[in-house]
Design a binder for this molecule. Structure first.
Ligand code: FE2
Ligand code: FE2
Length: 221
């Protein structure tokens, strides 16, 4: 477990990875409307979207079930009910994204599936940007530090980590997805919360053949 964590900075790192993955997904789904991808491209992209859905669902669950109840009385100005309603809205869009992604995997009518995917991803983007802006404003570093001692921040992040380990499956796909949607300087800080055996051995060597199809959609590493 990482010590002396900064919850607000951690939240921003996770939001940054999701934002980047969403933008890559919008861009590539638009590309595949008119240009049929090669099999390997399609395999990598649909895998990338599966990881995106899993990771974003897990992020909402962490906020709804752990972070928001924890901060509710400490930072009462945060619009928790509005944020939770936006999560529900995003979950229903994610179901449509998942459905379109399953059609894309079947590789029939790729253009139609990519068009549907692009439409739902763009809908998601419209909620996502103002949503994270609100979270990062209300749950900012200064706001959190003024009401939560460091030791409790460490304990809270450990609970986020426990949830993440249970939800981010398969780990050999979801973990590289998260890390490689972060630029190297952000990734190295985030990776401190993950055992070295995972970041130094499993991801770069043992698991590589599993996640390799997603590589064209990742940041350079
Ligand atoms: Fe959220
Ligand atoms: Fe969030």
């Amino acid at each position: 477990m990482a010590q002396n964590v900064d919850i607000a900075a951690d939240l921003e790192r996770v939001h940054g990875a999701i934002t980047r993955a969403l933008e890559v997904s919008v861009e590539n789904s638009a590309k595949f409307i008119n240009k049929t991808p090669a099999d390997i491209e399609l395999q990598g992209f649909t895998m990338f979207l599966d990881c995106f859905i899993t990771f974003l669902e897990g992020h909402h669950e962490i906020e709804d079930n752990i972070a928001f109840p924890f901060f509710k009385d400490k930072l009462p100005e945060t619009p928790y009910e509005k944020l939770k309603a936006e999560h529900r809205e995003m979950v229903s869009i994610l179901k449509q994204i998942d459905e379109a992604n399953q059609h894309l995997k079947e590789a029939e009518n790729i253009g139609t599936a990519a068009r549907a995917l692009n439409k739902h991803l763009t809908q998601l983007q419209k909620i996502w940007y103002p949503h994270i802006e609100s979270e990062e404003t209300h749950l900012c570093g200064e706001c959190i530090c003024s009401v939560v001692p460091q030791i409790d921040q460490d304990k809270l992040v450990a609970r986020f980590g426990d949830h993440s380990r249970q939800h981010s499956k398969p780990a050999q796909l979801v973990l590289p997805f998260v890390l490689y949607n972060m630029p190297p300087e952000v990734r190295s800080i985030f990776a401190k919360g993950i055992p070295w055996i995972v970041t130094g051995l499993l991801i770069p060597y043992i698991w590589k053949s599993k996640w390799r199809p997603m590589k064209p959609y990742f940041l350079p590493h």
